[in-house]
Design a protein around this ligand. Structure first.
Ligand code: S3P
Length: 424
């Protein structure tokens, strides 16, 4: 079934989280238009309010008032418990803010989040002087906020969340020096771009990002760019389903987020990009058109952060491509909402795909005509659930996908948008 049409996905999830969290330490008032309506961002908004932040829905968006680090007094229980739901980004980034805030905070999460590693943020925060504990490396995370000192930290994992957490803590350091994060591979640059946009002092020299302590000033208004990771399902669908042509408008086009478009282009789809704005991030529209059967490709380790959330849907495209596609060094997927490497392998495997995990690589041999099983199981992994829904549309099959309600974690309107693009 071809996908045809133009659409605007919801506001970018990574940017939405950061807008709210930066407002906790910034001054002023800002109208945010187009904030993501997904469950994960609703979680960050709840935490923002629980910490005293003011956010009022108005016509045209959400008006937030910067808290300027005026964190609430501790309640009688002596601590504030923040439920981070399913959202790893909320838990990790908020730890960077609370490490420098007075008081005791306990960060909890749902069953999936409670299995995810948190030492990757706790360790650099401890080096800055934070008192922070995890339970065998996992949530709950307990933070006794206090004075932080700047640090020069070399990231062990290619993670924008860890980079962002250390930078947010660096903004509250009590000395005047910069906190620097040195990346192994460039990851999405939203934190540094937004800190700069809100008048913080930041410098980027290659893979070294430095931030100086100080306050931030919100702008009068901010239009949240649309989410390329949500757009990716339909754009990838257009690349692999004959007669398709889809345009996603208003999406973020930062290089750290558009690796999937470069891969689709390499695989033989017709991809065109039009930039409409460059501040504070490149934004515009992307069109992908079917241009014949796709060809397999190799995705290098340096490319992985720029398409980390798109591996499930790109793996689906690879099942329809001629020859071999190899995703090199995608072991970070093991610690997503599920062990995504294994869930991709099992669920696309259940459709008859020839797909295997070799060490830290994911290898797909295509093309495959799908065999339709009685049901599929997303394991409550939203990105896998959307990938499987697309696979079934492409195969014109209708079977249950267990755990599909998880789609609301990042894209509540996904099902309706899929139907609309199928109707053309
Ligand atoms: C995100 C970074 C990535 C990504 C996640 C959002 C962010 O995680 O998978 O969906 O907003 O910084 P990692 O930093 O763990 O790679």
């Amino acid at each position: 079934m071809p996908l045809r049409g133009r659409f605007t996905p919801p506001g970018d999830k990574s940017v939405s989280h950061r807008l709210l969290l930066l407002a906790l330490i910034a001054k002023g008032e800002m109208m945010i238009a187009g904030l993501s309506d997904c469950d994960d961002v609703a979680t960050t908004l709840r935490c923002f309010r629980a910490l005293g932040g003011k956010a009022v829905p108005e016509q045209g968006g959400l008006r937030v008032t910067g808290l300027d680090r005026a964190f609430p007094a501790m309640p009688e229980e002596g601590e504030i418990v923040l439920d981070c739901g399913n959202s790893g980004t909320t838990m990790r980034l908020i730890a960077g803010i609370l490490a420098g805030a007075p008081g005791r905070y306990v960060l909890t999460g749902d069953a999936q989040l409670s299995r995810r590693p948190m030492e990757r943020v706790a360790e650099p925060l401890r080096l800055m002087g934070a008192r922070i504990t995890t339970v065998a490396g996992k949530p709950p995370v307990t933070i006794e906020g206090g004075r932080l000192t700047s640090v020069d930290y070399h990231l062990k994992d290619a993670s924008a969340q860890v980079k962002g957490t250390v930078m947010l803590a660096g903004l509250s350091a009590c000395d005047s020096g910069p906190t620097s994060v040195v990346e192994t591979v460039a990851t999405r640059a939203h934190t540094e771009r937004l800190v700069d946009y809100f008048k913080g002092r930041v410098s980027v020299e290659g893979l070294r990002i430095s931030v100086w302590p100080g306050s931030l000033e919100l702008k009068e208004s901010y239009l949240t760019p649309a989410d390329p990771s949500s757009a990716a399902f339909f754009l990838t669908g257009a690349a692999m389903i004959p007669d398709s042509k889809v345009t996603a408008s208003g999406i973020l086009l930062s290089p750290g987020r558009t690796g999937f478009l470069r891969v689709l282009d390499r695989m033989g789809a017709k991809v065109s990009i039009t930039l409409t704005s460059d501040t504070p991030e490149p934004t515009g529209e992307a069109t992908v058109e079917y241009a014949g059967p796709l060809q397999g490709t190799e995705i290098a380790p340096e490319e992985v952060p720029s398409l980390i959330d798109e591996v499930p849907v790109l793996a689906l495209a690879a099942t329809q491509a001629g020859g071999r596609t190899v995703f090199r060094k995608v072991d970070e997927l093991r610690i997503k909402e599920t062990d995504r490497l294994m869930s991709i392998r099992h669920q696309l495997g259940a459709l008859g795909a020839r797909i295997r995990v070799e060490g830290d690589d994911l290898v797909v041999e295509g093309p495959t005509s799908f065999i339709i099983p009685a049901e599929l199981d997303s394991g409550h992994d939203h990105r896998l659930a959307m990938t499987l829904a697309l696979a079934l549309k492409a195969a014109r099959a209708k079977i249950p996908v267990l755990g599909s309600e998880s789609i609301a974690i990042s894209y509540p309107g996904f099902g309706a948008q899929l139907e609309e693009l199928c109707r053309g």
